[in-house]
Design a protein around this ligand. Sequence first.
Ligand SMILES: [Zn+2]
Length: 405
Amino acid sequence: MKNAIIIYLIQFVFSFSVLAGQQDTLVIEGHFYLDGKPVIIKITNGRFAEIQHKEAETGIPKVFIAPGLIDIQINGYMGVDFAGQDLTLNGIRKATRELWKEGVTTFFPTLISNDHDALKKNFTILAQALDDPEIGTSIPGFHLEGPYISPVKGFRGAHLEKYIRRPDWQEFLEYQNAAKKGIKLITVAPEVAGAIPFIRQCVENGVVVSLGHHNGSAENIKKAIDAGASMSTHLGNGCANMINRHHNPLWPQLADDRLTPSIIADGYHLTKEEIQSFCKVKGPDNIILVSDALDLAGLPPGEYIRGERKVLLTPNVVKFPAENVLAGAATPISKCVGNMMRFTKCSLKDAIQMASTNPAKLLGLNELGEISHGKRADLILFTIEEGNMVIQKTIVAGKVVYSKD
Ligand SMILES: [Zn+2]
């Protein structure tokens, strides 16, 4: 059986043909993620040119085809820390190549609350990636998580209190200029002084606002949504352990249909029941999977030193071993797709939608997140083995950037 699969995989029709008008054509065969049925997809000049659904299974490889995964919150990968003092363009290239192996075709490098100059410096380096010929296609923008969040212990999570400040539009513009206008998403606390006009200004300037690391009241949250906030950052995390059962930031964010939450479905940051409940309330059209992965993600499990502390990287998560508590996430969203199907019994279609279609829509990435005629050909070929996605090939703008064989 295994051999048969391998033979099928080799059967990919990978034709690089020069037709009239110098067109690059790639033909991909497999099973469509929306309905599991056989499909032949023709890509011309980096775009979907033809999607042909087939009745007969004969000769169609036993792989699924889906749009490439989109991770809008990721702090680093494979030892490359986007907030690191030693960040280089080469480091970002390395992280991108490694993410392609996990089926991530688009991602938003994320910087959390930090020293003013450090944020400016790292956005300047990250901005070099935006138009890099090798990886620029995979990086449409950045996520700034903080520094305008709650300074209160529990709600601020792992953000250091000394770096948290009040919303300041002029300061934000300094980051935006350093980032060559690449900051497309910002996480803000709605209850801090000046947050509501700041949110309005962000939205008017095309920056998507997400509520996170906050203890906003129902009124704060409503005002923020009225001002244009459209997302909740890693709902259920960035929240104190002890909260009021009636008056807490979770209920109003769940209750308002205008907010799409992102969730860390690694099996550690939220319980299975939380994920099930969030999905029931919001539905598969309104949930976004994020990895929120730390730079250690992708490295071999073991002990590492972070700052002055020892951390333990398990295959799924980073812990402080002395206290046995979470130190951060380390599960790529390809794995979260499998988790979602296991935790909520949702279909592959729904899980892929949460990891690709929904983030593309919310961030205005109109060319991505779907396999349809004329859109940019970002796609993945994968098998499902023991409930998990195993990426076989990753294609960005019609170009094979990763192949397992
Ligand atoms: Zn966070």
